[in-house]
Design a protein around this ligand. Structure first.
Ligand SMILES: [Zn+2]
Length: 189
């Protein structure tokens, strides 16, 4: 991916503003210059989305805990599915996409669709929030009579806490939601 051009200029004393770097998820954003790397030649100005830097701080903190990477992978799959299905958080994500689009008028998005191009970025704050919720959840993995029923108090409490963390007034994932797969099969800890 293209590293932050301002950082590159600084580290090369102005000799270059383009450098390729391997950037893991928690480094895609340069919080100093509000640059989000999207590809080998591209990046986005994310000044308009301060919530990304906030999420990145939580992301970095989360990575210090063993098992957090698994929670992140799950959270990513869940929010990607929500994004594709335009579920729960669609209005918030659309507003974020518009802000991003206005701040980057020169950018031609991948596949000519901003929705595709910006997906991982606009869902990032909720992905990190959900990952923290998954990481902190303490759910029963087995019930006397078989799989843990959806009505189990621990599951209800988990959904309530997750709704609060995501700042959603209601949160009732349908039975087919990927989150249920996690709830029923999340790794024992
Ligand atoms: Zn930078």
């Amino acid at each position: 991916m293209q590293a932050c051009p301002t950082c590159t200029r600084r580290s090369t004393a102005g000799a270059a503003d383009h450098a390729l770097a391997y950037l893991p998820g928690h480094k895609v954003l340069c919080p100093d210059h509000h640059h989000w790397s999207t590809g080998p030649r591209d990046g986005l100005d994310v000044h308009a989305l301060p919530e990304l830097a906030h999420a990145q701080r939580h992301h970095r903190r989360l990575l210090r805990h063993p098992g957090a990477a698994t929670a992140l992978t799950w959270a990513q799959s869940v929010t990607t599915r929500w994004y594709d299905q335009q579920d729960f958080l669609a209005p918030r994500w659309q507003r974020r996409t518009h802000r991003l689009q206005n701040a980057n008028p020169h950018v031609v998005p991948t596949g000519t669709s901003w929705a595709l191009h910006a997906g991982p970025l606009v869902t990032y704050p909720e992905t990190v929030t959900l990952a923290r919720a998954l990481h902190q959840a303490r759910l029963p993995t087995q019930h006397r009579t078989g799989p843990v029923p959806a009505s189990h108090p621990a599951i209800a409490a988990f959904l309530t806490r997750t709704a609060q963390a995501l700042d959603l007034p209601r949160f009732t994932p349908p039975p087919t939601d990927l989150l249920w797969t996690w709830i029923h099969h999340h790794p024992r800890r």
